[in-house]
Design a protein around this ligand. Structure first.
Ligand code: ADP
Ligand code: GLC
Length: 467
C-alpha cells in the first residue's frame, strides 16, 4: 500500500510538539513493514531548509478564491530521512520562519489545495491519504465534494486527531476559498455556524483516529464542542496509542546527551547527565531533581506550577528545573520564581531540543499535570531514559503510566490542583530516598517497550480494512 501522510510538522524538519515526532517516526516504521510511505508538508524558512538543497519536481499555480499563487513541490537533493518527504513551497504564503501563527486559514488552505492539485497529476497516486490535525482537515471534504478532485474520491482518507482543542475555525466570509462544490453540502463544513475543519474531517474522513484509547473515550465527553459529533461518528473512530522512535530516543546512542548509558550503566550514565544539568543550572546534584518539559499552556496544567513549586521547594529537599515556552504570563511567573529559590529552582524559557534530551537523561522525575493529554510522548521518552513520570491520569498518560501503589512504576494523581501535585512530589521524594526501590523502578521502566512496532501495524490494519 502506498501511503502519503499530510502534516504541518515532521521531526527533524519542523517541530512544535509531539505531532512532529509522530510524523517523523510512523512513516519510517510503515516503510519497514513493506509499505512505501512518504510525507508531504509545508516548506518553512527554518534551519532545515536553510541548510539543505532542494530540487523542484513540480510547479503550478493554485487558485484560492480570487487569488492565484505559484507553488512548487520540492524534495531534498540528498536522502536525509528514512522516508521520502515532499515540500509544498508557496513563497508568498508558507515560506515563513514559523510553523503556526494567529491567522493561518489562508496558508493552510492553500497548502491543502496544492497537495491535492499535485496528487491529481501524479502517475502513481497514493493508495491511502493520512491527514493529521485540523491543518489538513479540509482534505477529506475536498476529496469527497470539490468537483475538481472527483477523480481522487476513491482514495481512502483517514484523519488523526492529535489534539481536539485546536479546530482551525474560520468564518463564512472565506467559504469561497474552498474549491467549488455543491452548495447543498456546505453543512459538512459547519459546526455551530462556523466553518470547522476538524469537524469537517470527522464527518468526511473514511476513518478517524486519535492518539490513545482513553482520549478517544474522553473526547465523547470533552472535545471542545465536538462531543456530540464524535459520539455520533463513533463507529468510524478508534484510539491508537502513539509510539516512540527508539532509534532517535535511545540513551545508549543519543548524540545529544552528555553521557550515554544502558540498563547496566544507568546509575553512572544518568549521574553524568544530572551533574551537567545541575552545574549548568546551579542546582544541587545530591537532591532529587524534578523537571518539566513542554508547551506552557493551560492544557499542560502549568498554571498550578507557581503555587506547587513555592510550597514544595519550601517543604521538601528537592530541586526543580523547567524547560518550556508558551503563554507570556506563565513564562513570566516561572522566570520570576528564580530569584526566590536560587540554587533550588531554575527555568530555561525557550525551545531547545538538545536540552530536552539531557533532561530526560538526567532528571529523576518528570512532571506532567496535564488537564488534557491526547497521548503525551514525554512520559514515554522519560520511561525509556529511566526518569520516573509523575502524571495526571488522563488520556494517553492514563494508558501508559501505572502508579507504584498499584504495582506500577509512576506516580499518578487524578485531578489538576496544587494539593494533588504537591502530594505526588512528596510521595516521589519518599521513593527517591528508598534507594533500593528507586533503583529497581528505574531499571524496570527502561525495559518498557513503547516503540512504534505495534502501533504502526495497527494503522496498517486500519488502512487495510478500508482499502
Ligand atoms: P505536545 O505535542 O502536546 O506538545 P507531546 O508530549 O506529545 O506534547 O510532545 C512534546 C514534544 O515536544 C516532545 O518531544 C518534547 O520533548 C518536546 N518539547 C516540548 N517543549 C519543548 C521545549 N521547550 N524544548 C525542547 N523540546 C520540547
Ligand atoms: C498533541 C497532543 C499530545 C500528543 C501529540 C502527538 O500535540 O497534545 O498529547 O502526544 O499530539 O500525537
Amino acid at each position: 500500500m502506498k501511503i502519503l501522510h499530510v502534516s504541518a510538522e515532521c521531526y527533524p524538519i519542523a517541530k512544535v510538539g509531539g505531532l512532529a515526532d509522530v510524523v517523523g517516526a510512523l512513516p519510517k516504521y510503515q516503510n519497514n513493514l513493506g509499505h512505501p510511505t512518504s510525507v508531504i508538508m509545508p516548506f518553512y524558512d527554518n534551519k532545515f531548509t536553510q541548510t539543505n538543497t532542494f530540487s523542484k519536481i513540480y510547479e503550478a499555480t493554485l487558485i484560492l478564491g480570487e487569488s492565484q499563487f505559484v507553488f512548487n513541490i520540492l524534495k531534498t537533493k540528498d536522502k536525509i530521512l528514512d522516508f521520502d518527504v515532499f515540500f509544498v513551497d508557496i513563497p508568498e504564503l508558507l515560506f515563513k520562519d514559523y510553523v503556526y501563527s494567529a491567522d493561518d486559514t489562508n496558508r493552510f488552505l492553500a497548502f491543502q489545495i496544492a497537495v491535492l492539485d499535485w496528487i491529481l497529476i501524479l502517475k502513481e497516486q497514493p493508495e491511502i491519504i493520512h491527514c493529521h490535525d485540523h491543518h489538513t482537515g479540509l482534505i477529506p471534504f475536498m476529496l469527497q465534494e470539490s468537483f475538481k478532485y472527483q477523480s481522487l474520491n476513491k482514495i481512502p482518507v483517514i484523519t488523526t486527531i492529535h489534539n481536539a482543542q485546536y479546530q482551525g475555525w474560520f468564518g463564512y466570509d472565506k467559504l469561497h476559498l474552498i474549491p467549488e462544490f455543491d452548495s447543498s453540502k456546505t453543512g459538512l463544513l459547519d459546526w455551530n455556524n462556523t466553518i470547522n475543519p476538524l469537524a469537517a474531517a470527522i464527518k468526511c474522513a473514511w476513518r478517524v483516529t486519535t492518539v490513545s484509547p482513553s482520549y478517544m473515550e474522553e473526547l465523547k465527553e470533552n472535545a471542545n464542542g465536538l462531543e456530540a459529533l464524535l459520539s455520533h461518528e463513533t463507529n468510524k473512530c478508534v484510539g491508537i496509542l502513539n509510539g516512540i522512535d527508539t532509534q532517535v530516543w535511545n540513551p545508549e546512542t543519543d548524540h545529544y546527551i552528555i553521557k550515554n548509558y544502558n540498563i547496566k550503566t544507568v546509575r553512572s550514565g544518568r549521574q553524568g547527565n544530572k551533574k551537567w544539568l545541575c552545574k549548568q543550572f546551579n542546582l544541587d546534584e545530591t537532591k532529587p531533581l524534578f523537571a518539566f518539559i513542554g508547551r506552557l499552556v493551560g492544557e499542560k496544567g502549568v498554571d498550578v506550577f507557581s503555587e506547587v513549586f513555592k510550597n514544595s521547594l519550601e517543604k521538601e529537599d528537592i530541586s526543580i528545573l523547567v524547560l518550556g515556552s508558551g503563554q507570556a504570563e506563565t513564562e513570566n511567573e516561572l522566570n520570576n520564581l528564580k530569584a526566590s529559590f536560587k540554587g533550588k529552582y531554575n527555568a530555561y524559557i525557550g525551545y531547545d531540543e538538545r536540552l530536552s534530551h539531557i533532561i530526560y537523561a538526567g532528571a529523576d522525575f518528570l512532571l506532567m499535570p496535564s488537564r488534557v493529554e491526547p497521548c503525551g510522548l514525554n512520559q514515554m521518552y522519560a520511561l525509556r531514559y529511566g526518569t520516573i513520570p509523575i502524571v495526571r491520569s488522563i488520556g494517553g498518560l492514563k494508558d501508559t503510566v501505572i502508579d507504584i501503589n498499584n504495582d506500577g512504576f509512576g506516580l499518578c494523581h487524578n485531578n489538576v490542583n496544587a494539593e494533588e501535585v504537591e502530594y505526588a512530589i512528596q510521595r516521589a521524594t519518599l521513593l527517591y530516598n528508598d534507594k533500593t526501590k528507586f533503583k529497581s523502578i528505574r531499571k524496570k521502566i527502561m525495559t518498557i517497550d513503547h516503540s512504534w512496532d505495534v502501533s504502526a501495524k495497527e494503522y496498517i490494519n486500519l488502512y487495510q480494512s478500508i482499502y
